[in-house]
Design a protein around this ligand. Sequence first.
Ligand code: FAD
Length: 483
Amino acid sequence: MTTAIVWFRQDLRLQDNPALEAALQSDQLVIPIYIVEPEKRDWPVGAASKWWLHHSLSALQQSLRHRGSDLLVFAGNAERVLMQLCRSTAARHVFWNRCYEPDAIERDSNIKNSLLEIAVNVYSFNGSLLAEPWNTLKKDGTPYRVFTPFWKAIQQNGITLFCFTPPKHFPAISDKLKNSNTIKITELNLLPSNRWDMGLTETWQPGEMSARKYIHNFLDATIMQYPDGRDIPGISGTSRLSPYLHFGEISPWEIWRSIQVWSTTHTDSGAIKAAECYLRQLGWRDFAYQLLYYFPHTDTQPLDTRFTAFPWKSRYKKELQRWQQGMTGIPIVDAGMRELWYSGWMHNRVRMIVASLLSKNLLIPWQQGAQWFWDTLVDADLANNTMGWQWTAGCGADAAPFFRIFNPVRQGERFDPDGRYVRRWVPELQALPDKWIHQPWEAPQQVLEQAEVVLGKTYPEPMVDLAQSRQRALAIWNDLKSS
Ligand SMILES: Cc1cc2nc3c(=O)[nH]c(=O)nc-3n(C[C@H](O)[C@H](O)[C@H](O)COP(=O)(O)OP(=O)(O)OC[C@H]3O[C@@H](n4cnc5c(N)ncnc54)[C@H](O)[C@@H]3O)c2cc1C
């Protein structure tokens, strides 16, 4: 029996795991490993993601132990760990699922070369996308920059729904191997030392089993309302699968199959629309990965090069802090930022609203917002986050022109008409009538008094004049366009 290593990365699951399946099929002793690398990557794992990773690794380790195997965890430079492990175990094969972030691609290709030099073969797979970036190009061989034709092309090309159910028993791992330079998950110090993570613990249960529950609950209770409900932050109108997808605890193929099964018993036009609408959102994820793959500089640089000369503010520390802390004085923005801080997640509609305020009304570089999201989101994902920020700031792909500036008051009135979302996250406005909940600064004094709101004391005055700052942004945009 030969030895093979399966290197888990952003695929922390057993079901539908192509690298794992290939390793298990090849009649080998399979060693599942995870490597925590020193934080010198371009985007070191953010604080909320670390929390998730801790629990996700624990869940994967438990599943492997139930099957007679284990997850061996190492800390250190990935190349050195792998080279050493291949030598000490005489492993001749390493399996992994591909990552698509620019620095991960570079790392992996270096590691592949080094392993080949010591006669170790590397086998890599698509473990996370409906279609890999290079499989969906335009006729002229260039990548798409607009979503709808990209999505059409993916569907026309056909999506292969990879399926693998892991066996009940895996090859056992010797105690000697388990103890060789491995590290306990608890020793990785992924959990914060001052326990700010109560909200995360209350909100989430990471791991493959939990991901499956989420998709089932979504299909049972939510999907029918998804086409409209997905825009309402005050209800549970979306699947909340984003962190599970990011960490690879569920494959997009399993989600797709679940929806196909659901569709066999839900055949009316409303159900068809809902299923299509949801799958289309999954398509946005693939689109983001294509953009980052072909435009790898866009995690920090605008895709639309006209924005390189955009006169962002250069001094904004205090304003940025107010935005981060949910103290802007604009209720729906503050609700979103507080939801993020507490739960590590924010509703998509609200992500757009807070990002628009930061980049357009406050003229703070969008990269600052992307960085904060990176640190605080449990679903922080370089491709999705980059696309989301560039799109909202108006310098990215697809049709989101700069001059379309979200008005947070109108957005609140439209998508949170009864103020449920704002009241949940901004309790100091609890007693304000619906009419004023999205713009307390316009409320008559008597109404404020009755609701026990003292602007500037119990809740901040708005930190920016929305109309004036909109005009300022548009003027800058007009200058930029004509220069
Ligand atoms: C400024 C900004 C930053 C963002 N940062 C991230 C991020 O770091 N990580 C992240 O996963 N998403 C990000 N998004 C996209 C989107 O907000 C989340 O994917 C979505 O809110 C996750 O909730 P859900 O799983 O309930 O989504 P659902 O509506 O249930 O959608 C299902 C899945 O489709 C994918 N998806 C849905 N909408 C989008 C979208 N607009 N772009 C890309 N994929 C999408 C996600 O994987 C999601 O889990 C960002 C959006 C914006 C505007």
